[in-house]
Design a protein around this ligand. Sequence first.
Ligand SMILES: *Cc1c(COP(=O)(O)O)cnc(C)c1O
Ligand SMILES: [Zn+2]
Length: 401
Amino acid sequence: MKYSYVSNLYCPKCGTRFNTREQHQLCSCGTPLLVDYDLETLQMNLTAEELKSRDDSLWRYHELLPVEDSENVVSMGEGMTPLISLSNLGEEMCMENLFMKDEGLIPTGTFKARGAAVGVSKAKEVGVKELAMPTNGNAGSAWALYSAKAGLKSTVVMPKDAPEITRKEVALSGANLYLVNGLISDAGKIVGKAVKDYNLFDAATLKEPYRIEGKKTMGLEIAEQLKWKLPDVIVYPTGGGVGLIGIYKALKELKKLGWVKGELPRLVAVQSTGCAPIVKAWEEGKTESEFWKDSSTLAFGINVPKALGDFLVLDAIYNTDGCAIAVDDESIIFEQEKLAGLEGSFVCPEGAATFAAIRRLRKQGWIEQNETVVGLNTGSGIKYPQSVKVSPKMLEKGDTI
Ligand SMILES: *Cc1c(COP(=O)(O)O)cnc(C)c1O
Ligand SMILES: [Zn+2]
């Protein structure tokens, strides 16, 4: 049986198709490319039931991933993270079916490992020797580490304010590391130039087509873990939006395969009040966002002033009757403490933002008491030692006796 049912790449704006055997970046019209699969044939050859006996990693869905030869798979066991019932937090928010998909338990400590595993594997398959990327930290560490395992060279450019731990991970992996006094958008400009000058492969968010496919597996796993019965709402902390685009793509593919039925979950994009371009666009009913000036938030992974795939994120929200909502840093800190105290989960600020948004949406009645809601915690709190706020009074309790 074929390892992958990938058929081609296509441009969601102008429709041009490309093959998956060569290196591709954006479409010539400047749009991110998406991956298509031969789902009709796959439907005849695979049932959802057959997945049960497979390895607990995202490669269990290899037919729906773009890597064509299993020899090229670069894996550290990523995927199949737990879907945890949050009954204590749920009770406090007056919700009966609240779940957390916990991406803190994954190599490199954030869900960026999914995009890196699939993106690096496919880069290797199409003959990439050296890649470059801008990052807010987590993607850079994941791609640098997976590149090291794959034997690819990498160059990573990140804002000097990005979490220090990610800088260390990149440096230890042997990648070329550059720091910029600016935002990820400034890092992106530097990478863009380096890519041209030195003929590197540009692995920036959505400039290569396969990171989405890795992140898509979150959607596949949520469906499988809920026994192919889709939740009512999925809530996602949105920066570049790749995870949300990926989850939406996964759910549509599952529907075409006939593995899930009924309406798709309402998809919610959560941003920070300090950087909310998608929320603003959604509130104004627009199909694209505008650059958000002077953005800042302690949830570094969602500090993206203008996402290349904004139109795809908005499309996913509109098509599922979802919404976009911004939460402030104070409510992020509040929710981080709630999750630790009520559920024993030390989540990253982006993950805390997810549950701060769920709390608000429940209060407003947008989420109903008995609805099944899955919130994404995109990484471990342990990766953000600097941004965790603990009052001196609480720390006193830990004094030596
Ligand atoms: C990158 C990142 C996000 C945002 O992911 P996108 O898919 O780019 O929107 C959220 N949380 C964490 C921890 C991240 O590193
Ligand atoms: Zn195009």
